[in-house]
Design a protein around this ligand. Sequence first.
Ligand code: SAM
Length: 280
Amino acid sequence: MDVSLIEKAAKRAGISLTSDLVQKTACFIDVLLEANQSVNLTAITEPTDIATRHLQDSWIPARFIAEGAAVIDVGTGAGFPGIPLRIARPDLNMTLLDASAKRVHFLERVIQKIFAEELLSLQENMMKQGDLDDIDFSVAASSHLSTCSQISAETSHPSFISSPIPRVIHGRAEELGRDPDHREKYDVAIARAVTALPVLAEYCLPFVQLGGLFIAMKGLDDETEEAERAIHLLGGVVEEVYRYKLPEIEASFSLVIVRKKTATSLRYPRRMAAIKRRPL
Ligand code: SAM
């Protein structure tokens, strides 16, 4: 991936990237495009489209996310917006959630490649604490990508809630949202292109702690009218609908910014069948 496209996309999104973070972003896109030849991960493959539709779009919400926030990207797919956001904002504690095993597997490989340095320093810290039992680090040559680090590591350590690397979870939002380890534990739940807003609110708001944000990345139709009742029932209030454009794309986009005002009732999230049968 041509780094000048990445730099331009970051500038347009109001993000400042060091050359190291530009390289990390390029590495992520290279790994994505290579994997996309055998596994269907993205329909967007032209470099200029990737720069605007995937990168710039993923970086726009950064302005709403406070320093050091714990963020969960619900239905992250191939890592959007979570991976570009986390690369650009190393202060974020990022969790990536998806129901698809093949996408989760891809994300685990991506993290091994692009967060190798962070994994090594984590390894050093854990060595100091004598706590390496649950983690398996390996050193491997990265054969083809000059922009990628040469070291990779494998981990599914469960206690990475405060982690220097993104955490990847294979699961369904409506199940994880009932798990006490995840329920109301995040400052921000964000989602792009997952489902209609009333259903998305039921997936995302249970993860958000009081005072935190649910950010829904939507098109021109922000869907707030049909989702108002659901958002209210789940303890949220629409604070702002932020509209924006992307270069050379006619359509507008919107971020629905929902503030969590009251705790979500234990009735929610419901099981998938009930959510589908009777959306809030
Ligand atoms: N957010 C990414 C993006 O904008 O490119 C991926 C969008 S893709 C169209 C939707 C993703 O949501 C899929 O990867 C799917 O597996 C995931 N998904 C759908 N329902 C889900 C659920 N209930 N829990 C977790 N992931 C879900």
